[in-house]
Ligand binder design. Structure first.
Ligand code: ADP
Length: 493
């Protein structure tokens, strides 16, 4: 096993990975940018290194600086988390070349799944169903119009290098195709430096269902069942759950088996996710493979009892999977919501400021993955994901009850968050019935406005007072001599 691991990330995922590293008895090294000088992940890490700068290019995407720190701090491995460099084959290659282990799949697997057109080609060869489409080299308007006609409208123009819902345009009729292609190309070039596009049939009202995969260096590949992530805003997930109540046991078996075949087709090692869209007749089609840990891995951890991050580290260190497929059971129901620094009143624009007060709900089977604490600034430099709230219970109905309870007690102030929006989603009768398709938000929330429950000034005054009292308390605590307190839990027998 390794001795020291660097976490090339920030926020809630950095905190999550540091926990796994330390639980395994290893030393956790954190990096941080200038705006992150007071971030939570630095409190938890054993060693911290500053990368001066603000924007991701200079900091969390700065391969040169990260490798320098890795060498200087003599780490054995680097965990990239999600986002940033997690799906960057060049980074994985450079890490390996420096004699350090990249906690993730091989650069080849990252590369072959990085381009959606290439991934679709590999899946076709592996007999994994793909969405009907066209991905030929000839992308002249005439050919695209002919192909779109063959596939049948509506059509989705997608960027081959796509991610995060960027470079995707829906086309309802032929006259819209040329403009959509141009606009998708422009967006893709700007976001990914590659304007290759392809066409897919646009499935109406599908579900997004994905399968968690784990592979080791001995060639064992297993799945940890599915997650349903259909609740999305602009193709971005905001609520995820496991299991998907839409799947029958037979379809579940088929989709999980297709995911394992997809992973086998690229000799996949470590944790990955195979994403599918599923139509109302239960036909499922490969969308893409994410060659990294997913934000929503917590719902799988809750329903299978497997600590995916610890296993990622063990697999990277050369250990074999400690269980076989039939030892993995999916139990109960888990739901995660993503807490974003977004202003629902203002068209979900990113919200910035200082977190004045933070008191997430605590309770049985309530998990908080936090990347923040009171007093830290939230800036525009990085993704607005602040925290994740995950609940677990024996059934979907009771898990929803628990989630409602927890959302209502989520104490955060200083910046605006999407919490009021999340509350409305989990209270929506169609969500409760399980009618969750990818157009759920569009269908039921297109004219949504934050219910007018203006927070009284006294609430802000109380929050500020509470923060002040907490500060006083922590000053008091640091001046207290726990050693001389016979009842102190901090001293040994
Ligand atoms: P990205 O990598 O940009 O996230 P994906 O291919 O994973 O793109 O798709 C993101 C989301 O877009 C899916 O979860 C689904 O909601 C929607 N989507 C993608 N392809 C299709 C399609 N062919 N038909 C309908 N919806 C789609």
């Amino acid at each position: 096993m390794f001795k020291k691991v660097l976490v090339a990330n920030r926020g809630a995922i950095a905190v999550r990975i540091i926990q796994a590293i330390q639980e395994l008895g290893l030393t956790a090294v954190a990096i941080y940018s200038t705006p992150d000088e007071r971030s939570l992940h630095l409190h938890w890490a054993d060693e911290t290194y500053h990368i001066p700068g603000e924007v991701p290019q200079d900091t969390y995407l700065n391969i040169h600086a990260i490798l320098d720190i890795a060498k200087k701090s003599k780490v054995d491995a680097i965990h990239p988390g999600y986002g940033f460099l997690s799906e960057n084959a060049e980074f994985a290659e450079k890490v390996n070349k420096a004699g350090i282990t990249f906690v993730g799949p091989s650069p080849e697997a990252i590369r072959s799944m990085g381009l959606k057109t290439e991934a679709r080609r590999i899946m076709q060869l592996a007999n994994v169903p793909i969405v009907p489409g066209y991905q030929g080299e000839d992308r002249s308007t005439k050919t695209l119009l002919d192909k779109a006609e063959e596939i049948g409208y509506p059509i989705l123009v997608k960027a081959s290098a796509g991610g995060g819902g960027k470079g995707m345009k829906i086309v309802q009729v032929p006259s819209e195709l040329e403009t959509a292609v141009e606009s998708a190309k422009r967006e893709a070039l700007k976001a990914f430096g590659d304007d290759t596009i392809y066409l897919e049939k646009y499935l109406e009202e599908p579900r997004h269902i994905e399968v968690q995969i784990l592979g080791d260096h001995s060639g064992n590949i297993i799945h940890l069942f599915e997650r349903e992530c259909s609740i999305q805003r602009r193709h971005q997930k905001i609520l995820e759950e496991a299991p998907s109540i839409f799947l029958t046991p037979k379809i579940r078996e088929n989709i999980c088996c297709a995911a394992v075949n997809a992973a086998k087709a690229v000799n996949y090692v470590n944790a990955g996710t195979v994403e599918f869209i599923v139509d109302k007749f239960h036909n499922f089609y490969f969308l893409e493979m994410n060659t990294r840990l997913q934000v929503e891995h917590s719902v799988t951890e809750m329903t299978t009892g497997v600590d995916i991050v610890k296993l990622q580290l063990k697999i990277a260190a050369g250990e074999s999977l400690p269980f076989s497929q039939n030892e993995i059971l999916q139990k109960g129901h888990s739901i995660e919501v993503r807490i974003y620094a977004e202003d629902p009143v203002n068209n979900f624009l990113p919200s910035t400021g200082i977190i004045r007060f933070l008191e997430p709900p605590i309770g049985v089977n309530i998990r908080n993955d936090l990347g923040i604490h009171a007093g830290v600034p939230v800036t525009l430099f990085y993704d607005p994901l602040l925290a994740k709230l995950t609940v677990f219970d024996s059934t979907r109905t009771t898990a929803i009850e628990k989630l409602k309870w927890a959302i209502d007690r989520y104490g955060i102030s200083g910046i605006r968050t999407n919490i009021p929006f999340l509350r409305e989603i989990v209270n929506h009768p169609e969500f409760i019935k399980g009618n969750t398709t990818t157009n759920f938000i569009e269908k039921f929330f297109s004219n949504w406005n934050v219910p007018h429950q203006s927070i009284p000034d006294e609430a802000f005054a109380l929050a500020a007072l509470s923060e002040y009292i907490n500060q006083e308390k922590s000053e008091y605590h640091s001046s207290v001599d726990f050693e001389s307190d016979p009842f102190s839990p901090w001293i040994g027998e």
